[in-house]
Ligand binder design. Structure first.
Ligand SMILES: NC(=O)c1ccc[n+]([C@@H]2O[C@H](COP(=O)([O-])OP(=O)(O)OC[C@H]3O[C@@H](n4cnc5c(N)ncnc54)[C@H](O)[C@@H]3O)[C@@H](O)[C@H]2O)c1
Length: 381
C-alpha cells in the first residue's frame, strides 16, 4: 500500500512489519538504523531489546514535543522505562554550551547515572545537542536518535558527530559518540514545514552526486511533488541515503579520508551560512549553492563536463533550492571567509569536487582565482 506523505499522523497505517533496517558496522560501537512508517510506538520495545538502562531522558524541542512526544513517552513507559523530559528551543542559537549545562542540570536533578540514557527526539539541532550531552555526561552514556526532519533522517542522526556551536564558529566543540540506535519514523515528516523538507532534499542530492546515480533518478521522479511522495518511495529514498552514509562511516569513522566526501557542497555552504549569521539560509539551501559552486569549479579545472553540471542544476532547481549567490554577498568576501575558517582550524581549504554523477574526488589544489571567477559568474546580476 502506498500512502502519501502529507497525511495526518493518525491516518498512518501501522506497518511495523515493513521496517527497513540498515546496519552501521563499527565493531563494538555498531548499531542499526530502523526506518518505517508509524513506528514511534515501537521505540520502547526496541530500547528494551537493546538492554538500555531503566532511566531515559527524552531531549526534544518545544515544537516537536506536542507533535510526537507522547507516543514516544508512552512507548518507553509501557516498556518499563522511567522517563523524564527536557524541552529545548528550536533554533541554531540554542546549540550552545549554555544549553548543554541545562541538560546536565536536568540529568542530575533526575538522578541519572552511567547506566541511564538519552533519547534525542527532533531535528539536527536537538540530535547534536542531546548526542553531545550523552557523549560527555559522566564520560559518556548511551543515546538513541529519533530524527524528525528529513535532514536529520538522512544525515545528522547517523555517524556519531555531536556538538555545539562556539560564538566564533559552528560545531567547533564536539565529540564523536555513536548512538545505540537510530529510529526513523517517516510519518513525522508530514508536519515538517515545506522549506525544511526542501533543506533535507539538498542532502539527498548530495548523496546521489557523491555515490549513487540511481538515487538521483529516483529523486528526479519525485522531486517536484515531494510533499505528496508515496511512503514507500520515501522509505526507499531515505534508506538509500542511510546505506551510503553507513557504508562511508563504517570505512572512516573519524573522517580521516573518505568521510570527507560527505562534505560535498559544504565548503562554500558553510561560508555562506556564516556570512549571513545562520539566519538567512537553511543548512540545505546553503549547501545547494555550495554544490553548484563545487560543480562549476570542477568544470573550470576540466575535471567534469557540462552535462554533469546541468543535471545537478536541474535537480536542485526542481527541488526548489537556490543555485546562485545573492548580490548582497561578494565573491571576495566569501573566499575570505573560507580562508578564515580554515586558518582558525590550522587546515587548508579542502574541496570535494564531482567528476560525474556518482563520483567525487578530494583536492586542496584549487587556485583562489578559479573560486573567485566561479562565484562571480554565479552571482545574481
Ligand atoms: N551531526 C551531523 O552529522 C550533522 C549533519 C548535518 C547537519 N547537522 C546539524 O543539524 C542542524 C540542522 O538540523 P535540521 O535541518 O534538522 O534543523 P532543526 O533541528 O533546526 O529543525 C528545523 C525546524 O524544524 C522543526 N521540526 C523538527 N521536526 C519537525 C517535525 N516533524 N514537524 C514540524 N517541525 C519540526 C524544528 O523545531 C525546527 O524549527 C544544524 O545545527 C547542523 O549543524 C549535523
Amino acid at each position: 500500500m502506498s500512502l502519501p506523505l502529507r497525511q495526518s499522523v493518525a491516518q498512518c497505517a501501522r506497518r511495523l512489519l515493513d521496517l527497513s533496517t540498515i546496519p552501521v558496522s563499527l565493531g563494538t560501537r555498531s548499531y542499526h538504523i530502523v526506518i518505517g512508517s508509524d513506528i514511534l510506538g515501537g521505540v520502547g520495545e526496541a530500547l528494551r531489546e537493546l538492554n538500555l538502562g531503566p532511566k531515559q531522558m527524552i531531549v526534544t524541542s518545544r515544537t516537536v514535543w506536542p507533535l510526537y512526544g507522547k507516543p514516544v513517552q508512552n512507548s518507553l513507559e509501557a516498556s518499563g522505562f522511567d522517563v523524564s523530559v527536557t524541552l529545548l528551543n528550536d533554533d541554531e542559537e540554542t546549540k550552545t554550551v549554555q544549553t548543554l549545562l541545562t541538560i546536565f542540570d536536568k540529568l542530575l536533578e533526575s538522578e541519572f547515572d552511567r547506566n541511564s540514557g538519552i533519547v534525542a527526539l527532533g531535528g539536527g539541532v536537538v540530535g547534536d545537542l542531546a548526542g553531545f550531552a550523552a557523549a560527555t555526561f559522566m564520560r559518556g552514556i548511551r543515546f538513541v536518535q529519533v530524527p524528525t526532519t528529513l535532514l536529520a533522517q538522512v544525515d545528522s542522526s547517523i555517524g556519531g558527530k555531536t556538538g555545539v556551536n562556539h560564538p566564533k564558529a559552528k560545531n567547533l566543540i564536539g565529540a564523536f559518540h555513536q548512538p545505540s540506535l537510530v529510529w526513523t519514523d517517516v510519518c513525522t515528516l508530514s508536519t515538517l514545514p515545506e522549506r525544511e523538507l526542501r533543506s533535507g532534499l539538498a542532502e539527498i542530492i548530495k548523496y546521489s552526486i557523491i555515490a549513487d546515480p540511481t538515487l538521483l533518478q529516483l529523486l528526479s521522479e519525485n522531486v517536484r511533488s515531494f510533499s505528496s511522495i508515496s511512503r514507500d518511495s520515501l522509505i526507499a529514498i531515505i534508506s538509500r541515503c542511510c546505506s551510503i552514509k553507513a557504508r562511508i562511516v563504517g570505512q572512516d569513522e573519524d573522517e580521516r579520508g573518505v568521510r570527507s566526501t560527505l562534505n560535498y557542497g559544504h565548503t562554500i555552504g558553510h561560508a555562506l551560512e556564516s556570512l549571513t549569521g545562520y539566519a538567512h539560509y537553511t543548512h540545505g539551501e546553503a549547501i545547494a549553492i555550495g554544490m553548484m559552486a563545487a560543480a562549476r569549479i570542477s568544470l573550470e579545472i576540466d575535471a567534469t563536463d557540462h552535462e554533469m553540471v546541468q543535471t545537478q542544476e536541474n535537480t536542485i532547481r526542481s527541488a526548489g533550492l537556490p543555485t546562485i549567490v545573492p548580490r548582497s554577498l561578494n565573491s571576495v568576501e566569501i573566499v575570505g571567509q573560507l580562508n578564515k575558517d580554515k586558518k582558525r582550524l590550522g587546515e587548508r581549504v579542502r574541496w570535494v569536487l564531482p567528476r560525474k554523477v556518482g563520483e567525487v574526488f578530494l583536492t586542496e589544489n584549487v587556485p583562489s582565482d578559479v573560486v573567485l571567477k566561479v562565484l562571480h559568474n554565479m552571482t545574481d546580476s
